[in-house]
Design a protein around this ligand. Sequence first.
Ligand SMILES: Cc1ncc(C[n+]2csc(CCOP(=O)(O)OP(=O)(O)O)c2C)c(N)n1
Length: 324
Amino acid sequence: MRKIDSYDKDFLISILREMNFIRRFEEKAGQMYGLKKIGGFCHLYNGQEAVAIGAVKALDMKTDYILTGYRDHGHALAVGMDPNAIMAELYGKSTGVSRGKGGSMHMFDVEKHMLGGNGIVGGQIPVAGGVALMQAYKGTGGATLVFFGDGAIHQGSFHETLNLAKIWNLPVVFICENNQYGMGTSYDRVSSVTDYSIMGNSYGIPSWQVDGMDVIAVYEELGKAVKQAKEQALPAFIEIQTYRYKGHSMSDPAKYRSKEDLEAYKQKDPILGLKARMLDAGLITDEQFKEWDKEDKKRVQDAIEFADKSPEPPLSDMYEDILA
Ligand SMILES: Cc1ncc(C[n+]2csc(CCOP(=O)(O)OP(=O)(O)O)c2C)c(N)n1
């Protein structure tokens, strides 16, 4: 675990609270799915909060962009998208971020520089390469950060984009959120190598692994990668070792892993870990945390009420937003 002594107290509190808010949001989304308020696919982010928060804190969202896959609620919240509109999107309501047409996998907000969740495994990787090419071409000074799962490493588009990113000197940071599992199986059963960081090295891209249960480690290592992308036009590939507490999607009972495995990771929980370090350092009290948690639960409850009260999209909406 990285030390926290050199950090500003308010910065640490914001990280702790933002991770906690994602957790509370996801727990409620899971419940609402169970109540059939949310339809379609729904992939929860519980356990991986330190990745989205640590990474986004290392960015300047005025110039930088992020893209991600279908497990995207945490990234959307991390860049400050409106939780009410995110929940309404999950409900398929017209007040949702994609007017209820995208659902869980398609959070998008161009003003917040969040260029989307993507349903196709690895589909966001070449798009991120294109966004970084735009940044380099226009000289915006920004970088693009793209999140994807360990399953996406085996897509051809991952390899093609890494190669082009290095040849074209693109300011892009590739982040593999290795949450140990793909859909229904463990990553080490489907991959000929288990140290994914070698994948970037084979394209001449500096690559390394980071402990994704430690938000400060994610923040510090991403800071290095983003600086390198911006100042040297050098891409980076980071494998963040994390863990998802829930099944792949709401329809996955996660029978391919043991209870012991899950419990072992819960002992390293990113939120409780940072909270414990802050308590030890005398930066916060238990009472304060309980108060913040109450506020977070209330904000999520407000999002539920907003989504519940929002109108369904009219049938005529079916014929809008069609490109071809
Ligand atoms: C091109 C493509 N193939 C298959 C699928 C079906 N699918 C959805 S998620 C998934 C597993 C991906 O696992 P991983 O990348 O490790 O991400 P995680 O869900 O663990 O976050 C698969 C095979 C898909 N959406 N797109």
